[in-house]
Each structure stands twice: as C-alpha cells, then as structure tokens.
Design a protein around this ligand. Structure first.
Ligand code: ATP
Length: 343
C-alpha cells in the first residue's frame, strides 16, 4: 500500500523542487580520489504544521536523490520559552534524520512593524545559516493559503500588480539568486496538516497565527473565511492563480521598461519628459521607480503615491516645485528633462 494521499502530495512537491535544485547545481567532476560532495538542502522550520510536513518530505526524498538534508529553526525570542521550543524543534528535525540541524537566535527590531521586523530578522538568520552550511537551497513551507493571504494584502496596499504577484516559488538572498524554494505554494494548508497527522508528527501552533493583533492573522481567521462564504470555496485557488498571472505580467512590464529606458534618455543620460509622456503609464511609472531607486531611494519605502507624484511632473505639468522622495531623493522637472537625484 502506498503512502496516504496527503503524504504522497507533499513528497511529490518536494521531489520536484529537489530535481530543480540538482539542475541548478550539477555535480562537479568526480575526482579519482574522492566522490563529489552531495549538495545540502536545508528546511526552514518553525515547528508548525507546514514546515514540519516539509521537513518530513525532505527527509524522505533527499537521500533518494543523493542530496543531504538539514534543518534550521529561528528563535525570534518574542515569547517566553521560545528558546525551549527552538530546542524541541531541532530535536524533532534530528529525529527525522536531518543533519546538520541548527537553531539560531535573533533580535527582532521594530522597523516596519512587528511582522516585517520578525521576517527581516528571520531571513537574515536563514541567509547566514545557508552561508555557514554551504547550502544549495533553503526550503520554506509557504502554502497556497499563505499565497492567497499575500495577494489580498497586496491588493489592499493598492500598489499595482507586482504586489499582487505574492511570493515567488524561487527567490534569492544576498549572493544567491535562487536560494529560497517554496515547494508547497500550490498545495493547501489542510494537506500539510493532514500529512503531519497521518505521520504522527507533533506540530506547534504559533499563538501569533491566531492573535487578532496581527493583520495576517485577522485575514486568515476572519477575512478569507468571509470571502469564501461570499464567493465560494474556490477563492483561495483563484487568488493563488492571480499571483502567478500577475507575476508573469509584472515580469513582462519590467522587461519592457528596461528596454524602453535607454530610448527616453538624452545624450547626457537625462530623462526626456516628452518621450516619457508617450509611453504607456505602466511602463513610464516603472522607469520612474527605477530612476528613484538608482538615485538612492530605498525600494521598501518607495510607494505608489510617491511615483504618482513624480509622474504628474510628466503628465500634469503645471510648474510644480521639487518633489521629495524617501532616502533624501528629489525629483524635479528642468527644461523638458526630469532630474531625479540626491537632495
Ligand atoms: N521560526 C522559524 N524558523 C525557521 N523557519 C521559519 C520560522 N518561521 C517561519 N519559518 C519559515 O517560513 C515559512 C512561513 O512561515 P509563516 O509563519 O509565515 O507560515 P506558517 O503558515 O505559520 O508556517 P508553519 O506552519 O510552517 O509555521 C515556514 O513554513 C517556514 O519554512
């Protein structure tokens, strides 16, 4: 008898991603003296159902493909006893056969709110662990439900299709463009939970996930259920599909803007307002955003409203003065040229 369908589903999702990792990291030439080192794949595990299911599938699939499987858990230090829980998670990962397994403690700052600060600290710690261990990839347990929540959060921000594209199946960290993989992005949370249950894997339910003080938690427990009630069960799947379609569109527009940029600059490299005016707004706004970032505006603080204001120097010119952008960057129209620079 084969494995339970939920277990088969999580293993298949992980197997596919491990094949991709192997394609990205072909084995080096074998030396006559030593076998080639096997690549290491780490699972980022909070101890929750999604990442425990992921860890179990990695532990099962990796050895079959000649991959070493390890794990890392991050102690955010935000709750009393979080160190004990991290120790327990490392123990569970070792019991699954993962090696190396490490627990890493971080200090969570305040920048951008509690959720963003915890996420930043977590990714820095995961990057450092991947570097330390020489890992070829780090697996994350985001599911289709997480993706649906991310799309809704992006929609509510009102900042365009890039923020509707949710999380990428493959994304980068410093110096490693394809470090993070999300094998469960097409899988629902229920499947991961079920896989843990039928494999008798103990899981830890993060109290933050149910805390209504957090936006994502309210969305998970109130927003999405209300949407499902109003629009039907398929809404999560539809939102996840929106993410993929939006990502493809956003990538195409980014590429278009990249190509168009050189044609709107004069011999001195300045942006010509008349040529910018002639471009479709989506392409023009991308060029403006890139120019602001190049001048030193931090991408994370540069919002749609900032770019709209710069855009009005092109499309609604009435002699406006200097426009201040984050990172002390200023934008100004001068003699038919748009100048974006440090103020
Ligand atoms: N403390 C942590 N240590 C290591 N990895 C983490 C930690 N918290 C989250 N992650 C990784 O990020 C993914 C998404 O986490 P998030 O908290 O957003 O979702 P979740 O639905 O609660 O996931 P899980 O059920 O795995 O905790 C996790 O599946 C895991 O891979």
């Amino acid at each position: 008898m084969g494995p339970h369908p939920a277990v088969a589903a999580i293993r298949l999702a992980v197997r596919r991603v491990l094949h991709d990792v192997l394609n990205d990291h072909p084995a080096p030439e074998a030396s006559p003296h030593e076998p080639p080192p096997s690549p290491l794949v780490l699972v980022a595990c909070s101890g929750g159902a999604d990442s425990m299911a992921l860890a179990s599938a990695l532990a099962f699939e990796a050895p079959r493909l000649g991959i070493r499987a390890g794990g890392v858990t991050v102690d955010h230090g935000l709750q009393p006893g979080s160190d004990l829980r991290a120790a327990e998670v490392t123990l569970r990962l070792r019991e699954l056969g993962l090696d190396p397994v490490e627990s890493t403690a971080v200090t969570v700052g305040r920048e951008g709110g509690p959720e963003a600060a915890a996420r930043d600290a977590r990714y820095s710690a995961l990057d450092a662990a991947a570097e330390r261990q020489g890992a070829a990839a780090v697996l994350l347990g985001h599911t289709r439900d997480d993706q649906a929540e991310t799309v809704l959060l992006g929609l509510a921000r009102g900042s365009g299709i890039r923020s509707l594209s949710g999380m990428a199946a493959v994304s980068g960290g410093p110096g490693a463009a394809r470090r993070y993989r999300r094998p469960f992005l097409q899988l629902d949370r229920q499947t991961a939970r079920k896989a843990c249950m039928v494999q008798s894997l103990p899981v830890w339910d993060d109290p933050h996930n149910a805390d209504p003080a957090y936006t994502r938690s309210r969305l998970r427990h109130e927003g999405l259920p209300a949407l499902e009630k109003a629009l039907g069960k398929g809404v999560v799947e539809a939102l996840a599909r929106t993410a993929q379609l939006s990502r493809d569109d956003a990538d195409a527009l980014d590429a278009w803007a990249g190509q168009a940029e050189s044609s709107v600059r004069d011999a001195a490299g300045l942006l010509e307002c008349a040529k910018l005016y002639a471009l479709p707004p989506a392409v023009r706004r991308r060029i403006l955003r890139r120019a602001a970032i190049e001048a030193g505006a931090p991408a994370g603080s540069l919002f749609a409203r900032h770019i709209e204001e710069v855009d009005r120097l092109i499309t609604g010119w009435r002699g406006q003065g200097v426009i201040n952008l984050p990172g002390k960057v200023v934008a100004q129209r001068q003699g038919g040229r748009l100048v974006i620079r440090q103020g």
